[in-house]
Design a protein around this ligand. Sequence first.
Ligand code: ADP
Ligand code: MG
Length: 281
Amino acid sequence: MSTTTPTPASPTPNTPAQARLYQQLRSHLAALKLHTAAEALPTVLDTATAEGLSLTAALERLLALEIDATEARRLTSRLQFASLPTPATLEDFDYDAQPAADRTLITELATCRYLDSATNILLIGPPGTGKTHLAVGLARKAAEAGYRTYFTTAADLTARCHRAALEGRWSTTMRFFAGPALLVIDELGYLPLPAEAASALFQVVAQRYTKTSIILTTNRGVGSWGEILGDTTVAAALLDRLLHRSVVLNLDGDSYRLRDHHARTDTLRRTTTGNTRRPLP
Ligand code: ADP
Ligand code: MG
């Protein structure tokens, strides 16, 4: 019985014929736009020779480098498209500071499985309680997992829809907001929305309904959405679609933004109390 030993890959060229072949291989890789593989070719061939790798193993190593580079490029472009407003991640979310945030639930959401069932996430809570942080963290996870993700605010989305209507680009804009697997709509309720905004928001939510997910953050309980949108019927129809398949996270407590401010004030108060001056009120 014959045994097959792995054929080592060719070493770096040392004859004119080998050099020609090597150059041809490099230009094949470049013509196919496998630029990372083309660049790594000499190193991979040298290591293949040094380690006695089979041709299969050497080719696998070369193409794996190209795949890694392609993946990295795609991730960069997904993150660029996502337009995340801050570098926040789920990993740097401090659960001790926000006991209302269910760590088990957020860890489950971080797997992005909710996106496959077009489940929406509603983050409700007063300012500074980590709504945008969690929305950005979840959006980042989605982009990293390969989902097309887009972050916007309620004010920006509705302003863009309004402009699009005036400029005859309504259907293109609707298609744009229908596209991403995950659409984050931040800060509903901070600014009063103009009359036509409610119907724009409704159409965006309605066209994504049962197909793709929305993460929406708001500082107002769903009971006051009629007021925010200036139309209780539209608000009810919008909530109906948004909440039909959804996860609601209610955040509460003090503003995380003001913690540093409070800490500084406390330090200042202690310092001044130690002095002969009157303490700060
Ligand atoms: P909201 O959107 O609810 O108004 P943000 O998410 O913008 O609040 O939070 C305000 C700031 O505080 C941000 O810089 C955010 O990263 C930070 N922050 C809020 N909550 C937490 C938390 N639990 N852990 C870490 N950082 C937090
Ligand atoms: Mg916010």
